[in-house]
Design a binder for this molecule. Structure first.
Ligand code: URA
Length: 424
């Protein structure tokens, strides 16, 4: 095969053959196909798409690029969830221990933030002493006989083709492609050996899929890939037009997750945590479990504390707090009609919560607190956002990202009333 022939075929709108797909993914993983060639192919796929059979083969080739894990020896059923990425999405933190309360193993192999979306590992690292890297043996012990929940970094051996390709897409404008996102996520999940999976597919300005139709198509594509690989997969479509909850940023989000585990927290975070937990518990054969009770009576908090300790973290250590704060106030009186997730995500990133390049450090303390949310009535001059950073020279650029992010109108907005918009 020749890389240029494969690129030209997709450029001209042809289907790629199975041998072409197997070859190009394998050759790219080995460095035989160069980054610039894979970038061109990713753009051709972005523009011309792939059909269901091509996506299935592409996913299979990415799985074959690395090792596969196996949870079948665990004494507990496993349940897994994956989010397509959003702003203020700290759901994994309360969800994993909550589901583990019911004697279910919950492996959450998580990533770091890139761009305006946060990463679960960056959030957890604001807990003093906590370690993201575990050996496979440590992970299996934690899942099998330990607390049952684990949040850790995916090993380098899992779908290495995706690791290379994702980094390339991030710098070539080829992230928001349904075939590429679906194969990226599902190759990692299938390689992980999961038997069941709940997908949280985000819709709205802060998500990769901006419309309901596109999100539904992504959800359907991923569920079909799962079904074809013997994974019991279901997807919830959830709102990402505004940030989830009232905090964006690493330590700020951990604080909010702990509030949920303590039986409190913002209604939308609690609603989504419970909706995902119910799906996972049903898949794991625990249809009668009552996750709401486990948040209220402290059992989920108990598992959280054991899970944090098992990875060297101190659940009682105070979370780091920012040295510098600033507020953004309402310009007029009225109802908050929008708090744009993308603008707020970008601002939080610029305050230091995210990274521009994957080797950059993040500030645990940086981020944004929402002092008002859509639907609230506010008066001119009232603070709406509190910005946090360790480096006050960042306030200016963060404020620029917030221009137009908050809308205030004379009438109360017609809000969906639920963060869960649909199910596939
Ligand atoms: N998350 C992934 O793992 N891959 C994508 O392509 C997008 C979101």
């Amino acid at each position: 095969f020749d890389a240029v022939d494969v690129i030209a075929a997709k450029r001209d709108g042809s289907r790629l053959t199975e041998p072409q797909i197997d070859w190009v993914i394998d050759a790219y993983t080995r460095g035989v196909v160069a980054d610039e060639q894979m970038s061109a192919l990713a753009m051709a796929v972005f523009l011309n798409g792939m059909d269901r059979r091509e996506i299935a083969r592409w996913t299979r080739a990415m799985i074959a690029s690395g090792e596969r894990m196996d949870f079948s020896s665990l004494p507990r059923p496993t349940a897994d969830k994956h989010s397509t990425g959003g702003v203020g999405d700290k759901i994994t933190l309360p969800l994993a221990p909550l589901v583990a309360v019911f004697d279910v193993a919950v492996p959450q192999l998580s990533g770091r933030g890139l761009g305006h979306t946060g990463g679960t590992l960056d959030k957890m690292e604001s807990i003093r002493g906590w370690r993201a890297s575990l050996s496979t043996e440590e992970m299996m012990t934690q899942l099998g006989t330990g607390p049952g929940a684990v949040i850790c970094a995916a090993g380098a051996g899992l779908a290495p083709a995706d690791k290379k390709l994702y980094a390339l897409r991030d710098t070539t404008g080829t992230v928001e492609s349904i075939p590429l996102i679906a194969s990226s996520i599902m190759s990692k999940k299938i390689a992980e050996g999961t038997r069941s999976l709940v997908l949280d597919v985000k819709v709205g300005s802060g998500a990769f899929m901006k419309t309901r139709e596109r999100a539904e198509e992504l959800a359907r594509t991923m569920v079909d890939l799962g079904t074809d690989a013997g994974v019991d997969a279901v997807a919830l479509l959830t709102d990402m037009s505004a940030p989830l909850g009232r905090t964006v940023g690493n330590a700020l989000e951990v604080r909010e997750a702990v509030e949920v585990l303590a039986g409190g927290g913002p209604a939308d975070v609690v609603e989504l945590t419970l909706a995902l937990a119910r799906e996972m518990l049903r898949q794991a054969g625990r249809p009668d479990a009552d996750p709401e009770a486990a948040l209220a009576d402290g059992r989920a908090m108990d598992v959280w504390r054991r899970m944090v300790r098992a990875q060297g973290g101190d659940p009682d250590a105070p979370l780091p707090r920012s040295a510098h704060q600033d507020t953004v106030a309402a310009e007029t009186s009225g109802y908050v009609t929008a708090m744009d997730a993308l603008g707020i995500g970008v601002a939080s990133w610029r305050l230091g919560a995210g990274r521009a390049r994957k080797e950059d450090p993040v500030q645990a303390e940086a981020g944004i607190e929402l002092l008002a949310v859509p639907g609230d009535r506010v008066s001119a001059g009232q603070p709406l956002l509190r910005l946090h950073t360790q480096t006050p020279e960042r306030f200016g650029r963060a404020r620029e990202a917030l221009a137009g992010a908050i809308s205030i109108g004379p009438e109360a907005p017609d809000l969906p009333g639920s963060v869960v918009l649909g199910r596939v």
